[in-house]
Ligand binder design. Structure first.
Ligand code: ADP
Ligand code: MG
Length: 717
């Protein structure tokens, strides 16, 4: 019998699994019928609410303004009726604490009433709840004795019904704040930042003589993920505890054949994807794209973009559904950034733009000189925003997981820069070069409001995958975001820095318009100044190259390689001033965030390093010794002797590395010193343990090795 029956039987079970029977069929169950069926949409509201109540609610939804209290009771009754009709028994306020995950507290509608029960749901229960908040991270914003935290209905995101295995729950998306009104979550600042963008963008479009409805930030997040067979997953304590492998020698076949990217989707995976999409469709999540990604067992899903706040809630739900449906199909969905060394990690490309009724997409170049000028104004505002707040953007994607990805030659570098594409770059150079408004286009300079842009290719970004922040036709794509991230943080930063840059632009235009009456002359002057000062952030070359790292340093761009280097940016003087000026986050709220994220980094490395030590000591070293003992029987032979001594030498190396790691792990100080120590000492010590273990994996007889190999994890399904 094998010394390792669990691993062998997992493989045997995968090899002999019967073909999956579909549980539903999109040919019979039409998407247009199920789409949005679990959402209390505007259409349903209109049908079920009195006209005046509907009007008041609709205006709150569109402008993000406060909901009238009297309206709430009527709305609650309508939602309750709808939810009960659909079989819901419970309701839950869903919120997004700083853990980066989704949280929810469920209550039943049913209360005892005489011999039976009565379904209750008041306006108050809809609008506000008070979960015991003491165990959520607050980074010093509250002490446990004043643990009150309130969830408040976010009317801009629709209520929906989540179908569980044994029943359904009405879910109400909420913001989560302390009793003093401080944000304890990711949604509150996102909503505030959307208000800021709206306000500032209106100031700028007013200069173009335009009016608009609510100008909203939009987001279309592309999610990369791995699907691994759960039978193998459960034999890897590193995967089920940390979500990433801490050991594993490089497989004979990796991704070098490049046969995976956009390849045919395996049947079992496709079935899982379709069921995930079906659950998304029921919740009105507009999933559009599915495909194989670069690494084996890696895939991508992307929706059609929506208002940033709704996109955020939908993205969180998509991650939940990916995990949930995967487990029904015998898979585990890995959402962390770097589950396997040596093959591609996973990102979450955050496509972002701003626009609204009356003005359309403000980052759409358009095709006449006037809209081109407006586009260049908004585009220049982005350039200034990203240059001024590079560090903040970097910090918004900082985590222990994403550190394994940024900076490796697979994901954009930790240096933030903007890719514009050759054509737009040329235009920007012309605007930069142009002096007086009368200078002509032929002379190599462009006159705003007169010249037309060349037609910009929509796929401009696709030709450069190495840029962290790329213009892709009519939006920017923030590619440094990690796959496990909530999009709220990056979006909050993008919106806030954009709002601030638009405010500056409006201020500058106000000043210029006092001395010249010609708007185009004023705009030309302002944009030229912005682009001259902040053009250094634009880089159209290869972001992976060594030359770029040198060049970026010359340009004075920040290169914050690791999370402990990046996170302090959140509380820099410039960041605090920015967030307070835009009324998005207070100094205290920022400090609490920085504290929580730093702590979470420390905890992650702590867990991973303890597990590295444990697995190496209790699983891998014993495997090596067992095999060496077995080899003693053939120690007379030349090859047996050689192999045995190689194994024992590596075992010594492994044992020493474990001791060294344990020594580093024992060092404890305050949170910030711990983070630096984790980064500088603990992570490298973990890598040494791994190196010795991986070398052993390559020579220890396969039947002795307790962990499923990379080959098995990545290729068996
Ligand atoms: P690619 O893989 O080439 O980047 P995809 O089609 O996979 O392209 O993803 C592009 C994403 O960008 C989609 O989610 C799409 O909805 C989104 N997107 C398109 N226009 C906008 C916009 N104006 N604002 C935000 N996101 C957008
Ligand atoms: Mg993309």
């Amino acid at each position: 019998m094998s010394t390792n029956p669990a691993r062998q039987s997992a493989i045997a079970s995968i090899a002999s699994q019967p073909r999956l029977e579909g549980t539903f069929d999109f040919r019979n169950e039409k998407i247009d019928v199920i789409y949005g069926q679990n959402v209390f949409s505007l259409e349903k509201m209109e049908k079920r609410l009195p006209k005046d109540v509907f009007k008041s609610l609709k205006s709150s939804i569109e402008s993000g303004s406060k909901l009238d209290g009297a309206v709430a009771d009527v709305v609650a009754a309508a939602i309750k009726d709808w939810a009960l009709e659909r079989g819901a028994t419970h309701y839950a306020h869903v919120f997004y604490p700083l853990t980066g995950f989704t949280a929810e507290k469920h209550d039943t509608f049913f209360e005892p009433n005489g011999p039976g029960t009565l379904a209750q749901f008041s306006g108050k229960a809809l609008i506000q709840a008070e979960p015991d908040a003491s165990s959520f991270p607050n980074g010093g914003l509250r002490s446990t004795f004043e643990a009150r935290g309130y969830t408040a209905w976010d009317v801009t995101s629709p209520a929906y019904i989540f179908d569980g295995e044994n029943g359904s729950t009405l879910c109400i998306p909420t913001a989560f704040v302390s009793w003093k009104g401080e944000a304890l979550d990711k949604k509150t600042p996102l909503l505030r930042s959307m208000q800021a963008v709206n306000r500032a963008a209106h100031r700028v479009i007013a200069h173009f003589g335009k009016k608009a409805g609510f100008i909203s930030a939009s987001c279309g997040p592309e999610q990369e993920y791995f699907l691994i067979d759960s039978r193998l997953f459960h034999l890897r304590p590193d995967l089920y505890t940390c979500g990433r492998s801490l050991f594993g020698s490089k497989p004979a076949k990796g991704q070098e054949f490049e046969d995976q990217y956009f390849g045919t989707i395996p049947d079992r995976v496709l079935a899982c994807m379709m069921e995930t999409e079906r659950e998304c469709f029921k919740l009105g999540i507009p999933i559009k794209t599915r495909h194989n990604e670069v690494a084996p067992a890696q895939y991508e899903v992307a929706p059609i973009y929506e208002s940033a706040n709704v996109a955020h809630d939908h993205q969180m739900l998509t991650m939940t559904l990916l995990r949930r449906v995967a487990s029904k199909h015998g898979f585990v969905c890995l959402l962390v950034e770097k589950p396997f060394a040596g093959v591609n990690g996973s990102g979450k490309h955050v496509n972002w733009s701003i626009g609204g009724p009356g003005v359309g997409n403000l980052l759409e170049p358009g095709n006449d000189p006037h809209t081109n000028a407006q586009f260049l104004a908004f585009c220049s505002a982005v350039i200034r925003a990203v240059d001024l707040h590079q560090g903040l953007l970097r910090a918004s994607v900082a985590s222990a997981g994403n550190d394994h990805r940024l900076g490796a030659n697979e994901a954009p570098p930790a240096i933030i820069s903007i890719y514009l594409g050759d054509m737009l770059n040329e235009v920007i150079e012309q605007v930069k070069a142009s002096g007086a408004a009368s200078s002509s286009r032929k002379g190599g300079t462009m006159t705003l409001g007169v010249d037309t842009l060349p037609v910009l290719p929509k796929d401009a970004g696709d030709r450069n995958r190495t840029s962290p922040f790329a213009f892709t036709g009519n939006k920017f794509e923030f590619r440094a975001v990690g796959s496990a991230f909530s999009v709220a943080g990056p979006l909050t930063v993008l919106n806030t820095i954009m709002a601030d840059s638009l405010d500056m632009l409006a201020d500058e235009l106000d000043v210029e318009m006092k001395s010249t009456k010609d708007f185009n002359v004023a705009l030309q002057k302002v944009l030229k100044a912005i682009l001259t000062k902040h053009g250094r952030i634009v880089f159209n070359g290869n972001g992976y190259s060594e030359e770029w790292h040198k060049e970026a340093e010359k340009r004075g761009l920040k290169n914050l390689r690791t999370t402990p280097e990046a996170l302090p940016e959140i509380v820099s003087k410039a960041a605090v001033e920015l967030f307070e000026r835009q009324k998005v986050l207070s100094k205290d709220e920022l400090h609490s965030r920085e504290e929580i994220y730093t702590h979470s980094y420390v905890l992650t490395v702590k867990t991973e390093s303890k597990l590295t030590s444990e697995i190496a000591r209790t699983l891998l070293l014993p495997a090596a010794f067992k095999y060496a003992t077995e080899l003693s029987a053939v120690a007379d032979s030349k090859s047996g002797k050689k192999l045995r001594s190689e194994i024992l030498a590596l075992a010594d190396q492994l044992s020493d590395a474990i001791d060294a790691l344990d020594k580093e792990r024992a060092v404890e100080s305050d949170t910030h010193s711990n983070a630096k120590h984790a980064c500088a000492k603990v992570l490298p010590a973990m890598l040494k343990v791994r190196a010795a273990a991986d070398a052993l994996e390559e020579i220890v007889a396969d039947e002795y090795w307790p962990l499923p190999s990379y080959q098995e994890l990545l290729f068996l399904r």
